[in-house]
Design a protein around this ligand. Structure first.
Ligand code: HSE
Length: 381
């Protein structure tokens, strides 16, 4: 296999290093905007050099973000190259189109590193899907937010201090919005649902409420009642479509999910025959993520046509059917929905009766749009 590697950043360098130790998988080109003398003749600034070289059968996209990554991936597939990527934003928003294009061109398109980092998550989800009816996927899919919540819990820090520390240590980006607003988890949840259920979800319809507004008093309220506060992505099969959402979650402290520390992830699926299976490990980082990319390359090298799913049914995100109790701390107390809710005092806020994810996320969006303070967290049973 001869590879064109697009992007020589954190993960790109990790993939390059791992491949140097593997026989048979050769990086022929590295595309990067910078001058990188250590790459010698391999460096190119021109995608066409890679696409027009018949020796290159596989392109690895590790530029990240939507553009130019999306354009480069489409051009690579159209040129008949296999594509491996870790780009959860691009794949979750263009899943159907890219998978179909790869199938049409008879090439492989794999994105194992897009969810779970080094954890063999999507690849096992695919295996589970083909022999089991999966009903639920859920878990902690973002290391940055787990690090922040964990610091708030164990060190008693407020959100801003925990975020600043995570940034100082390189666990959070300078612009942390995608992580702390739950968008990174949303993309991973969408991809997990697509693979688990053989569907194409509209990523933008997946409700996401992140941890930006979490306070120490929320962590304390959870802890005093025997819960840990974690950011969950959830996708559950329901009668009409898939309930899919991201929200802070009060998870019983004694469960494995309640005991995931630092940047680790824990993700689980539940289905017929197999019950519940959990995966724990490094969800990010140069070498864990690079390892997942390399595993995709080895799979492709072993045989053509390795796609995640031939089946991609249309499926609606349906969060009206998914109901559970919530912890709510807000000053939007005059909202008619909140007034009518049965609730009792819980820490700095209230514990509500069971309501739908749809209603609660709509309420949170209304409150934020009105400039009110609000933090919500679902109770996990
Ligand atoms: N920012 C992501 C995380 C990186 O913290 O999990 C890996 O997807």
């Amino acid at each position: 296999m001869k590879i064109g590697l697009l992007g020589y950043g954190t993960v790109g360098k990790g993939v390059f290093d791992i491949l140097e130790e593997l026989n048979g998988l050769e990086v022929k080109y590295v595309l990067d905007l910078r001058e990188l003398p250590e790459l010698g003749e391999k460096l190119t600034h021109d995608l066409n050099v890679i696409l027009s070289d018949p020796e290159v059968d596989t392109v690895v996209e590790l530029i990240g973000g939507m553009n130019p990554a999306y354009d480069f991936v489409k051009k690579s597939l159209l040129a008949g190259k296999n594509v491996v990527t870790a780009n959860k934003l691009m794949v979750s928003l263009h899943y159907g189109e890219l998978v179909r294009l790869a199938a049409e061109k008879g090439v492989s398109f794999r994105y194992s590193a897009s969810a779970g980092g080094g954890i063999p998550w999507l690849v096992n989800l695919q295996r589970a899907h083909r022999a089991s009816r999966l009903e639920l996927v859920y878990g902690i899919m973002n290391g940055t937010t787990n690090y922040i919540l964990d610091s708030m819990t164990t060190l008693g820090e407020e959100f801003d201090a925990a975020l600043a520390e995570a940034q100082k240590l390189g666990f959070a980006e300078a612009d942390p919005s995608s992580d702390i607003d739950g968008l990174d988890t949303r993309h991973k949840t969408t991809l997990s649902a697509n693979v688990a259920y053989g569907v194409v979800l509209d990523d933008e319809k997946v409700d996401a409420f992140g941890i930006r507004f979490a306070k120490k008093c929320d962590i304390d309220a959870a802890g005093e009642a025997g819960y840990a506060l974690k950011l969950f992505g959830v996708a559950r099969r329901c009668q009409e479509g898939i309930a899919a959402y991201v929200e802070p979650t009060l998870v019983p402290a004694e469960t494995p999910e309640g005991n995931i520390h630092g940047c680790d992830n824990i993700i689980a699926f539940e289905g017929s025959y197999i019950g519940k299976t959990r995966f724990v490990g490094a969800g990010a980082g140069r070498y864990p993520t690079g390892y997942a990319v390399v595993q995709d390359l080895v799979d492709i090298d072993a045989g053509p046509g390795v796609l995640y799913n031939e089946k991609m049914d249309e499926a609606a995100v349906n969060n009206a059917a998914e109901c559970h109790a919530y912890y709510v701390r807000t000053d939007a107390t005059d909202d008619p929905f909140f007034v009518a809710l049965e609730k009792k005092p819980f820490g700095a806020g209230f514990a509500t009766e069971k309501v739908s994810v749809r209603q609660m996320h709509d309420f949170a969006a209304r409150a934020l749009a009105a400039g009110k303070e609000i933090f919500i967290a679902g109770f996990w049973n």
